[in-house]
Ligand binder design. Structure first.
Ligand code: 2AM
Ligand code: CA
Ligand code: CA
Ligand code: CA
Length: 281
């Protein structure tokens, strides 16, 4: 049995309240953030709002669960190597909160209303709670391991499409200008002719929530981190979907190249990505 509470405190309730509070605050800052800093390149940005949101989330979680650990994007040095190291170092914790304070920072900066707050809780390396909040639509997606996934009390379910050709799928363009850009292009070239159409909204966590809710039948992206994926991954699984890496291996916290689908189109999509060598070998 998964422990979802300490005493009378529900992990899920804290995750929900925290994501909602942070999301509301972020939305209030839309078009009004003061400073913007380049992280690794002009494609990779951070604002005071990312940092403020993470601070708010950390404080709320620490108030309720002072013995738990927290891994948040803005607490980690920029770049893939530092991110991988930070996750490895955090992995020992019995309870680890994995936080993306603003998923879709580029959208936030440009006023493109598609971004989210993503909060997951791992117990001994397994995600047991996932919450993704979209303040622009006021949609709060919640999943508990073994208990299903919900958006505002309504159960979410993946789409029924059986074939890639009938499917709307999404991807994201890596912000690090490394080999993942070329891989993403190879993947797109293979996938575009084989699906109904492709979207790219710019928030990994929301794309995953949309797969969970049946609004997308599939999603893939290269070079992500645990804070982009962890909460949305549980939403997809608890909605009847399937999540693996681009080679078809089961999801774990270190997976960076992700494929999430309604399950029915999973092998077809993963195979196309593999054949196109999207993730490199
Ligand atoms: P962010 O907005 O939290 O930074 C868009 O395709 C997705 O890629 C977003 O979820 C975005 O998250 C994420 N992303 C941004 N910068 C990244 C980086 N340097 N490496 C990997 N993923 C990144
Ligand atoms: Ca970022
Ligand atoms: Ca992110
Ligand atoms: Ca972020």
């Amino acid at each position: 049995k998964e422990p979802f509470t300490v005493g009378s405190k529900s992990f899920t309730a804290v995750a929900i309240n925290t994501a909602a509070k942070a999301g509301e605050w972020i939305k209030s800052k839309l078009g009004d953030f003061s400073s913007l800093t380049i992280k690794t390149s002009p494609h990779d940005l951070v604002t005071e709002v990312d940092k403020g949101s993470e601070m708010m989330i950390r404080n709320l979680i620490m108030t309720h669960f002072p013995t738990h650990s927290i891994l948040g994007e803005e607490g980690v040095e920029p770049g893939a190597a530092a991110s991988i190291k930070a996750l490895q170092e955090a992995s020992d914790a019995e309870y680890l909160w994995i936080v993306d304070p603003v998923d879709g920072t580029t959208n936030f900066i440009h006023g493109f209303p598609f971004f989210s707050v993503s909060i997951a809780l791992a117990h001994k390396g397994e995600i047991i709670v996932g919450v993704v909040y979209d303040p622009n639509r006021d949609e709060l997606f919640v999943a508990e391991k073994g208990k299903g996934a919900y958006v505002h009390g309504r159960r979410t379910m993946v789409s029924g499409e059986e074939r890639l050709l009938d499917s709307l799928v999404a991807t994201g363009f890596p912000t690090d200008r490394g080999p993942n850009i070329a891989g993403n292009m190879r993947g797109l070239e293979a996938v575009v002719p084989r699906v109904r159409n492709v979207r790219s909204g710019g928030s990994a966590a929301l794309h995953l929530a949309y797969v969970a809710a049946g609004r997308l039948s599939g999603y893939w992206e290269l070079g992500l981190n645990a804070w982009d994926i962890a909460a949305g991954m549980l939403l997809v699984k608890e909605s009847g979907g399937h999540v693996t890496d681009t080679k078809g291996n089961p999801y774990h916290l270190e997976v960076r190249n992700i494929v999430a689908t309604n399950g029915r189109i999973h092998d077809e999509l993963a195979q196309l990505l593999q054949e196109s060598d999207a993730a490199g070998n």
